[in-house]
Design a protein around this ligand. Structure first.
Ligand code: BEZ
Length: 304
């Protein structure tokens, strides 16, 4: 009997069906049924009530299920402890785009450092294209960004989609209306966006969002960076569409107003080299998901 058999058995109990368990385990159903039969033969006991729908474990099967859960949890813990012990001290270099630092990144790094105290983390602010370049040149190990740049040397996992908001001056009529604003209402405004890198970047995501609703902003100006754009908002010169986490950035006279349109979201990606075999990528993603769970943030757990 191997751990694999226990994992198969647990999946069948939890899914109450061989078909669903096979789908979950990404194997075909006939070999799964065979493995369970072999297990029953080895144990000399029936683990499932024959013909039951949904599939039910027998009394012995329920006992075995509890023991299997304990053993699997133990095995996972041994693996984690050994992996941690085997990790040498080193610095993980992480690139990030500005708005990501305003949000959950500090919390994720804190959690990562708690769980892997022998690893230190160095953070470097990089825009979308710089992230790809830095990954290729080995200057960073992983990046958190918003821009979907296709490049053969990197791969990415979409972590979640974050809502967008509008930053407006406190004297702007939208500032005190206590309601969500729609993109249509912003079409005639002076809009500042960032960063000013050719064609790609977050600014083009914002522009495409207007196009998606058949709108074309009349006055759209791309500035160097987020801080500059918010500075212009604080000066009463226009508005800026930003990810929700940016509201942590307190500028005097800048108010953040929700956007009503459902497509007004911005993706957050983890990007690593295509040939990434780092033992830290998985733990880093796990820390992201742990923070999402703690913050009750909705996300789609993806396999890398
Ligand atoms: C987030 O806000 O979802 C996030 C921030 C930093 C790293 C990863 C995810």
């Amino acid at each position: 009997m191997e751990l694999r058999h226990l994992r198969y058995f647990v999946a069948v109990v939890e899914e109450q069906s061989f078909t669903k368990a096979a789908e979950k385990l990404l194997i075909a159903q006939p070999p799964l049924s065979r493995q369970i039969q072999n297990l029953e033969q080895e144990l000399g006991a029936l683990l499932f009530e024959r013909g039951s729908r949904p599939l039910r474990p027998t009394v012995i099967g329920r006992f075995f299920y509890q023991q299997a859960l304990k053993l699997l949890a133990n095995a996972d813990e041994i693996k984690l402890i050994t992996q941690r012990a085997g990790m040498t001290e080193r610095t993980i270099q992480i690139g990030y785009s500005t708005s990501i630092l305003c949000g959950l990144l500090p919390r994720i790094v804190y959690l990562f450092r708690q769980q892997y105290p022998h690893l230190s983390v160095k953070l470097t602010e990089l825009n979308g294209i710089e992230q790809i370049q830095a990954l290729k040149e080995g200057r960073v190990d992983a990046c958190f960004g918003r821009v979907r740049i296709s490049d053969q040397s990197v791969k990415r996992v979409m972590l979640r989609e974050e809502k967008l908001m509008v930053a407006v001056h406190s004297s702007h009529p939208f500032a005190n209306q206590h309601r969500a604003i729609s993109l249509t209402e912003l079409n005639d405004e002076q809009i500042f966006s960032y960063p000013s890198q050719a064609g790609l970047g977050y600014a083009s995501q914002v522009k495409s969002l207007f196009l998606e609703y058949g709108l074309e902003p009349k006055r759209f100006m791309v500035l160097d960076c987020l801080q500059q754009s918010l500075g212009m908002v604080a000066a009463g010169e226009g508005i800026c569409i930003v990810p929700e986490s940016v509201k942590m950035m307190q500028f005097r006279h800048v108010n953040y107003v929700p956007l009503a349109d459902s497509a007004a979201v911005s993706p957050i990606y983890l990007i690593v080299r295509n040939d990434d075999e780092s033992q830290y990528t998985r733990p880093l993603i796990d820390c992201v998901y742990q923070v999402y769970d703690l913050e009750a943030i909705e996300y789609d757990r993806r396999v890398f």
